[in-house]
Ligand binder design. Sequence first.
Ligand code: HEM
Ligand SMILES: *[C@@H]1O[C@H](CO)[C@@H](O)[C@H](O)[C@H]1NC(C)=O
Ligand SMILES: *[C@@H]1O[C@H](CO)[C@@H](O)[C@H](O)[C@H]1NC(C)=O
Length: 497
Amino acid sequence: MGPTALCIGALVIISITHWVYRWRNPRCNGKLPPGSMGLLLLGETLQFFAPNTSSDIPPFIKKRRERYGPIFRTSLVGRPVIVSTDPDLSYFIFQQEGQLFQSWYPDTFTEIFGRQNVGSMHGFMYKYLKGMVLNLFGPESLKKMIPEVEGEVCRNLKRWSNQHTVELKDATASMIFDLTAKKLISYDSEKSSENLRKNFVAFIQGLISFPLNIPGTAYHKCLKGRKKAMRMLKNMLEERRANPRKHQVDFFDYVLEELVKENTILTEAIALDLMFVLLFASFETTSLALTLATKFLSDHPLVLMELTEEHEAILRTRENSNSGLTWKEYKSMTFTFQFINETVRLANIVPGIFRKALREVKFNGYTIPAGWAVMVCPPAVHLNPDKYKDPLDFNPWRWKGMELNGASKHFMAFGGGMRFCVGTEFTKVQMAVFLHCLVTKHKWQAIRGGDIVRTPGLQFPNGFHIQISEKKNKQQEATSNSILSNSDYAQASHLYG
Ligand code: HEM
Ligand SMILES: *[C@@H]1O[C@H](CO)[C@@H](O)[C@H](O)[C@H]1NC(C)=O
Ligand SMILES: *[C@@H]1O[C@H](CO)[C@@H](O)[C@H](O)[C@H]1NC(C)=O
């Protein structure tokens, strides 16, 4: 072996050693939070995504918090990340949006969602799009939507009660998708030849997968699903352009009107990306929340009783019990909102909220280097025993008299600060209306499934199969059960709510 080869060999070894050293000890102008950067390149990605059946703080977070404290460093999907389980730092991160921190999601997410989605957009364009979306899902639109939502939900529940059993996660996802797609783009799944939702399902199944784009992989199917869905959306937009409507009714009308304006910053590509994100953001999250809510009701008869009482009282105080839900009635559902808060607190549907440090940030003696990713960890906040007594217990009554504001340090199921979820109220409307129809008109029984897995996002690997049937109204029930004594009847109606 010549001296040159030896020299090169030594150089290679030195640079690899240096690389490994730098991987383990990243450069920083101050004190980095403690933690481990894991394996070269892979970091601790695999541990982070390891499935677990517990509803507690993910073991990945819990173990490291015990070892290193509430703020620690790690490496996920090829990026150095600071994890925050500290309520003050998390709050600070939300408040500093656009100044010290900026929304950031892993590159695979950007690839999948399109480069111009709301999540990764900043500044002026962002505010403009947000205004547009808020307009669509703001209180004025939602007020008008209540009868629509009620009609759709009741129709679906009735249909499910004619089936032997129904898998609730899929059924609610389909229902919410149809509702949102109808609202956004007037898409009617029954009249359309192509199935838009099918493409979204393929998309979601590969969303959190290894980003290897070759035929056969989940990631490949995911990208293909997105491509097909985008093509459908584009065709629909074209069709609308060819047949414009007089009055602006849905998002397409709005977009087309904006696109012809002079000096508009909106492009068709941006509008379609946004469309896709909205459809995705709405049906997956809300259907998980509804499925978990129904499971909680099955497991907690006292909660079911109080919820049923609240909704039957609404019907009783009406002149005509069939007159349909009003906005005022919706706003009066005190216990329902406590129930929804408790459900999303424990659901932890979004297990991590990502940001990027725009500049070097000092906090509590630690330094977060510029360019590093930061992950706020909602489960750590929602399962904090100092703020929520017996945090793993499902207890909607704990919310009684809790006067928290939307951007509270101790509740971030819908995020916080400037990026607070624009769909929050829309979700609540859908959940409240669903619960209303469910408990006043139906009874149900869990058949199988309902077990959860977190990867770390919430999943129902075996679905949640229930048997659902229509409640007879009280009078019918009383006559058909006339052989029962009064006390039996009282007991029966007690059981069924
Ligand atoms: C249970 C249901 C839902 C949960 C738990 C949820 C959760 C969240 C969270 C945690 C964020 C903040 C993300 C961040 O800060 O990076 C967020 C943002 C967002 N959500 Fe939701 N969401 C739900 C329903 C919806 C619905 C129904 C829609 C559609 C109308 C929606 C649309 C959005 C959008 C567009 C953003 C981005 C807002 C922005 O970046 O300013 N979400 N959501
Ligand atoms: C979940 O995490 C706990 C705590 O780290 C661990 O003991 C358990 O084996 C994990 N696995 C599953 C499948 O729940
Ligand atoms: C639910 O949580 C939000 C956010 O913390 C809060 O503003 C609201 O008052 C809570 N609702 C109830 C009924 O406790």
